[in-house]
Design a protein around this ligand. Structure first.
Ligand SMILES: Nc1ncnc2c1ncn2[C@@H]1O[C@H](COP(=O)(O)OP(=O)(O)OP(=O)(O)O)[C@@H](O)[C@H]1O
Ligand SMILES: [Mg+2]
Length: 260
């Protein structure tokens, strides 16, 4: 299963990604989680202890590695460099494993079609495609609001994209924009997960106003999420309601993908 998680800033993409990753890992599946956010924080959400987190660094910031593989320094443009560098060893070499979840940080890079042709984007693009070809049971990507990571050629390998929304018009507006971008690259398998839900009224609001995207499930608003962050513990361990809700969503994803 290859699942991308997207949505407006602060809606809970990282929280959901961490919950699903741990839920699948606890079911005995091999999980590879990728933090594709410019300011990575999936490790924290997974409750990775500090000493292990220190071993993680975003690939986009590994200047020597990028130079070694592409033949050019990050940030340089106009010169010659390899556009399909060797990346096959990177997932194992630079990921960490915490409670069965392998985690890799990609870091910030503009992968869009906006003309950024530089060594680091070549590196991350190639790495991204490579990750989609790996045979992990579950690949889950914590993205930011966008589909820049998903090129037309890689979309076929993504089973679905989850758009996380809060029960607000603004957040649904972003979901609609993401939907348009996704459809542009022919990614039609989209799901919504409502987060920070306080009551049934908000669930109804989402059902009524979601831009034609099926709702996969919802997660309640719980104070314990902030507490878990302060304590440096995974939400999965600290908030039973969210663990249960995530397990339900994880099962549903498996079911839908199996049926396809
Ligand atoms: N179900 C919830 N109940 C209460 N607070 C939540 C819930 N889910 C997330 N939060 C809080 O909302 C904030 C944003 O969550 P998170 O970092 O998961 O979102 P994000 O979409 O990944 O954000 P960013 O766009 O910055 O990457 C955090 O402070 C988190 O603790
Ligand atoms: Mg995040």
């Amino acid at each position: 299963m290859k699942i991308a998680v997207s949505g407006k800033g602060g809606v809970g993409k990282t929280t959901l990604t961490a919950l699903l990753a741990q839920a699948y890992s606890d079911k005995g599946l091999d999980v590879f989680a990728v933090d594709a956010d410019p300011s990575p924080c999936l490790a924290g959400a997974l409750g990775v202890p500090n000493d292990l987190q220190e071993k993680l660094a975003p690939i986009s910031e590994m200047e020597d590695l990028i130079f070694e593989r592409t033949g050019a320094k990050p940030g340089s443009t106009g010169g010659f460099f390899t556009i399909n560098p060797r990346v096959d060893d990177i997932p194992e070499r630079f990921s960490i494993v915490h409670r069965g979840v392998k985690l890799l940080e990609m870091g910030a890079v503009d992968l869009g079609g906006s003309g950024c042709i530089c060594p680091e984007s070549a590196m991350l693009k190639t790495l991204f495609t490579h990750l989609l070809f790996r045979k992990d049971d579950v690949l889950i990507l914590d993205m930011y609001a966008g589909v820049e990571h998903l090129g037309r050629s890689t979309v076929d390998f993504v089973d679905a994209m989850i758009i996380v929304v809060e029960p607000t018009r603004r957040s649904l507006g972003t979901a609609n924009q993401i939907k348009k971008l996704a459809l542009d690259i022919k990614l039609e398998r989209l799901w919504i997960v409502g987060n920070k839900i306080q009551n049934q009224e908000e669930v109804e609001f989402l059902k009524k106003n979601s831009p034609g995207i099926p709702i996969l499930g919802t997660l309640p608003a719980v104070q314990g999420v902030l507490e878990a962050d302060r304590l440096g513990i995974a939400v999965y361990d600290h908030v039973p309601e969210l663990k249960a809700a995530a397990e339900k969503i994880a099962d549903k994803i498996e079911e839908i993908i199996r049926e396809r």
